[in-house]
Design a protein around this ligand. Sequence first.
Ligand code: NAP
Length: 558
Amino acid sequence: MPGARSWGTLGGMGDGGHTDVLVIGAGFSGLYALHRLRSRGFSVRVLEQADGVGGTWFWNRYPGARCDSESYYYCYSFDPELEQEWTWTERYPGQEEIRGYLEHVADRYDLRRDIEFGVRVTSAAWDSGERSDGGSSGAGWTVTTEDGTSRRCRWLVTAVGCLSAANVPDIPGLADFAGEWHHTGRWPHGGVEVSGRRVGVVGTGSTGIQAIPVLAEQAGHLTVFQRTANYSIPARNAPLDPDDIEATKAEYPSIRRRQQASTNGHPFTLSDVDILDLPADQRREIYQKAWDRGGLQFRADVKDLLTDRAVNDDASDFIREKIRETVHDPATTETLTPRDHPFATKRPPIDTHYFETYNRPNVSLVDVKADPIAAVTPRGFRLESGAEHALDVIVFATGFDALTGPLLSFDIRGRDGVSLRDAWRDGPRTHLGLGVAGFPDLFTITGPGSPSVLTNMPVAIEQHVDWIADLLVRLRETGEVAEPTPEAEETWAVEVARAANATLLVQAASSWYLGANVPGKHRVFLPYAGGYARYRATCDDEAAAGYPGFALARPTAA
Ligand code: NAP
């Protein structure tokens, strides 16, 4: 096999044997990458900093943590037997249940033997393998971990997740806080004692909106520090009925076909009704039905919701009305009412009694847009007005340095030692979200420029991994090194911007889709908004045409 060489551990841990591919991360994407690449005949090792599988679902153990996609389709589709043997218990799977599912997958496909846990990658450097005598030991990556050991591989695949780099606000005085504070994405495994205590939650995104009702039931007093009011749709979670489970299992082939043909990996049928042509009572009936059904399907029930501002305004008005109907106190209602962005232009949360929670006597709401948090004192928060809020526990539900943060959390160096941080100084550039010019044989599952966070993640992940696996098979056969061309990156950047600008998504100024939640982060729309099915077709065309977006070069022969 031309170009095939052995890769292994350099003076470090591991078995010292042959490793074609190193995968970083053992969440949904890393586990599937290991399984798929192994089945295509590659030797694969996965490096995972946690001491268990799960990725996002390993770390996010905050009260109320649950998936907003429904269980029957927030799962792998690659093996029909797995679909039939696994039985979900609730409409939306909780964190524990998803982690249990991923543990089951790890065991079922014997994945653990190729995963090293508790190993944090600190750097990865590519070299051409060219020797001073004109020969070559083979191009590849050297990956170094926190304990100082290095491993060598031919191909590097990042499976680091999109939402894994916690964004903790840089508020002066936090180190002196006398109570305890936690970011929801790094929640202690043993839980946090909140009973009878004064708890402050910062953040009302999907995470805050899930955690707040649960914390309110346990805390002595809960204060929510809200910067931007948010929309939310009731989730209407419930245990699954055994008959429904069987019916769903029987329907899986059709569910999967619908997901593959969809814009965002959900198996929903998009409405074809021009809602503004209908009289007010009929429009309301549509919204009410979607509200009563609950969940993210609300978006599919309103045609042009994310492309037509008048349609969106009408739907947003309905949700604002629901907030008014639910919350009793007029001042609280006013603060909770979102006005600065159209519905669903920031990732829409779904909830269980979120707005109702503000009617509880032990819950209060503070508008920190009007009066920002100035400092953390040993006792709690001090706002710019000088108002003090005494707290025992601070919960930062403040989100993540999304998409780029996880990839820039370690030092990746490509051709000529150029760092990814430097290459992305003016914002990330990728080809299809899967590779970066100047970084040969590096593949980024759900990287910036992929549909990732705008889709139901397992669908995007399986597509990425399958596509990467096909390319690696070719590279193994030809001995070529693959690297996106700058021209392909430019073309893809234009397409990513075009797709975003064709929607209302760019109108949410404080959205993490734009990097706006992290101070100093370059503002650019990060995921691909052109739709999953379109993206998949683009990737398929790229492969069918022989990967024209990649420079495919044969390294100097050894
Ligand atoms: P997020 O959507 O970024 O929300 C962070 C919240 O913290 C926002 O309300 C933000 O206000 C606020 N915030 C950030 N910095 C602040 C500061 N310095 N002072 C005051 N407020 C501050 O983060 P998230 O809720 O963790 O959700 C992130 C994403 O994770 C979601 O959009 C979703 O894709 C995913 N997620 C999924 C699930 C699920 O499916 N189960 C659950 C949770 C999260 P601004 O809006 O003003 O920036």
